[in-house]
Design a protein around this ligand. Sequence first.
Ligand code: NDP
Length: 506
Amino acid sequence: MTEFTLIPACGAAIPTDPFIGQHLIDGAWVGSADGAVFERHSPAHGDLVSRSARGGGDDIARAIAAARHAFDAGDWAASPGAARARILLKTADLIDENRERIAVLETLESGKPITQARAEIEGAADLWRYAAALARTLHGDSHNSLGPDMLGMVLKEPVGVVSLITPWNFPFLIISQKLPFALAAGCTAVVKPSEMTPSTTVILGQLLQRAGLADGVVNIVLGYGDPVGALMTGDDRVDMVSFTGSTAVGKQIVRTAAGTLKKVSLELGGKNPQVIFPDADLEAAADAIVFGVYFNAGECCNSGSRIIVHEDVAGTLTEMVVDASRKVPFGDPLDPRTKVGAIISPDHQAKIAAYVRDAETAGAQVALGGKALSIDGLAGQFHAPTIVTGVTPDMAIATEEVFGPVLSVLTFRTMDQAILLANSAPYGLSAGVWSRDVYTCLEFSRRVRAGTVWTNTWMDGFAEMPFGGVKQSGQGRELGRYGIEEFLEVKSVQMRIGDTRPRWVA
Ligand code: NDP
């Protein structure tokens, strides 16, 4: 049997001219005040993909001022939900029309497979449509039982100016988990994509303009976390920060935001366990495990990066997972057959390799992979599908986010042990359980500490279902109706009817 399934360079044309990205500030596309730029090369092919304005203090200050002015002017915040919905729906249509263009750029900057990128852009359009529905159904409460002379109203109001900071692993999808919900609520925004994947967010800005969004409602500043992200977090003209990325930067954001006590919503890392009981459909579980750990090359907050398998089936299941892993096509992300593309950067590749090395040193065994892959005709970095067995809870690889195509295998005997292991990581993003017994699934679902639990499946997602983490995986929720609630404040209005108020001073 071949060791791995590799897809060589497919020869698909890569644009010869790089995509040029500028900031969107108050409706104008502009370079940086100091003229600085940065470049992004395809992590799979090595080719220059984009050249972007590199934002600094002046650029971010102007973007925040524009968002503040647009919010305070009230045109967007006070517009009817139906009017906001029209713009969101038009944006969704434009995303569909531009799907291929966005997907190719996403693949070239991130290294993810083109078929996956297309599906993500399609999913993103669905989120814009879902948020449009929320814009029209947004409402507060009334209290008609406070007595004959009182009426209480609970108004939902937009939080204000929001800073949206996104990572490189799902650039277009993650901004679409935030921005349409913020806009549906009536907020204005300043957006910063990761410096590794800025271009599809720029295209989104262009589409928003074509959809008729007024100047200043959405502003985009390209550049690095330092200084752009940090300034977006500390500025007192910003009311809220919504961030997706690493737990370390999430903590930094909380510290910076504390200076002005702004609202903070965080989607951070995960060390997501799948627990497999002996009565499970092992074939279905093996396929989902392979999907869970290699999807997006494991560069995924929801990566199913550790399995906790009952001792009676651990040997059999591990063999099945190793066999299936050899069949997963790794290689040129522009080839539609590829399921796993490149690793985002050489530094990240080195970090993944170090986790595997350290686990081996600590006594674990590498059952498959554990090394860089070289793919014919491609200059970028790839990592082999990797399975590490004999992992014990004290090893870093058991509890820390590797963010690569690396599976850790742990074992258990009883439900209590499984729960203890599942809850042993500092994270609590998602978890899964495999069993044909509904009581086993229910008990696990109720006892595991996670924002999402999958039973007999992995990583299904719906616009309707809230997403977020507990413990160090974050705070707040995206998607579902909670996705818009994040961007709303609650105001109590208490109305006395008639001159019925008892006098305090006679
Ligand atoms: P980061 O958390 O560093 O970056 C996410 C975003 O935050 C980027 O736009 C980044 O800018 C920005 N940022 C960085 N520093 C600050 C700051 N002080 N204030 C405000 N914004 C800031 O993730 P990385 O891209 O560096 O990835 C590192 C690790 O994070 C990964 O190995 C993985 O473990 C984890 N990660 C988790 C994700 C998730 O979905 N949960 C997503 C991505 C990463 P820029 O990078 O452009 O400088």
